[in-house]
Design a protein around this ligand. Sequence first.
Ligand SMILES: [Zn+2]
Length: 508
Amino acid sequence: MSNTHGTARRALCAAPLALAALVALVAFQLAPAASRAQDDRAKNGDRAKDAGSVQSVAPGAPRRNSEVARMLSEIDARNVERTVRKLVSFGTRNTLSVQDNPARGIGAARDWLYSEFQQIALGAGGRMTVEKQSYTQAAQPPPRGRVPKDTVVTNVVATLRGTQAQSAARVYVVSGHYDSMCTSPTDAECDAPGANDDASGTAAVLEMARVMAKRQFDATIVFMAVAGEEQSLLGSTHFAEVAKKAGMNIEGMFTNDIVGNTTGGNGVRDRKTLRVFSEGVPSNETEEEARTRRSVGGENDSPSRQLARFIKETSDLYLKDFQVKLFYRRDRYGRGGDHIPFLERGYAAVRFTEPNEDYTHQHQNVRTENGVVYGDLPEFVDFEYVADVARVNCAALASLASAPARPKGVGINTRRLSVDTDLQWEANAEPDVAGYEIVWRDTVSPVWTNSQWVGSVLSHTAKGMSKDNYFFGVRAVDREGNRSPASYPRPVSGQPRPQPSPQRTPEH
Ligand SMILES: [Zn+2]
């Protein structure tokens, strides 16, 4: 990620190889016994240790990067609170509200966010640019639409450019929506504090930007506050459509929406869990892909789901006292979010939301009835929790933007019936790619349970492991041990690709 922090990384990489071999061996022994092939790998690990062979040493289990840990420690709940309270102070941020009053309405919120991102960009060494991305939304009159008259919708977009030539065009987007609503989505005058929905997500994004803008990453990260979400995902749809038309390579998108309330309407208080929603069947699946899926499965292996698994793995690595919980659905019942326009355009995307919602504090006019306080007020936001949500996002974004792209052209060979599994993939373009890892799991497992380093090759045969009995994936690993999310293979019937240069081993 940052070339200014190479010392720490070199220190990590300088761990004696014998120790790395031991770690790899212990990892093998701790992993659940899944197959005969795995036992064979453990024996190979023994042989590697005996021989002192560098070539056979796997990268080992993913490990914490001290610079990522430092970023997480810099995320500060007090900044989150300041942002939430400032956004609430604009009275309403309804997309239809006034845009030219410096004290009230969505225009004031937009300008404040823009100046905040600009301040952050000052510390980014010229790598961050901030823009107001505006367009005029044509009227979509009620009752079907939520835009009575033509309305300018503005996203505030801060782009932190990647520093590796081969990765700078690879983009990760993280967003919150800064618009809000009271009971009526078309009431532009009522107070709509929107402290949780979604000043919380916006504040998380701003805080991530503050911490991450000082660092360098291989790939590009877009920090975004969008408008028009409550009007039916207008701002995010505009961004995603512009990106699609421009051919932008967005490899992952996170929306943070309703990420600040830790006491649910069910009375459950939970400050240590975050829901991550990801779709199983891609929204843009083709009929041919659907036929394959019906035949051999894969409904649980969309790029969005691989992204969600990556987020959980990363969070587990860095945040010991906080649980990312995967939800295998696109969103909650009757609800939507800013990830959906991205999904519909073929981009992998997930949604973060608190574990237990309280509907008395969402989309409500501020009032007290029978002793119950309604309204999305700051006193119902747990700022420490929002900071933890920002940490989950930051750990995943930093890891994604430091790692190679997920492998492309990944295929599982179906040209013959075989007790082995033949996998193939295309070479990554990044110069620091050390090689590839195969991951697999039982077909009923929710997450990847096993991995094997296979080196700098473009195909691999998993001996004695039938493709009928496991789900496989491939991920790229760089010389610092950064791993991409897994790519799920498609059936192919061609010959395996020729092998490239002899394998290199990651520097561990
Ligand atoms: Zn929302």
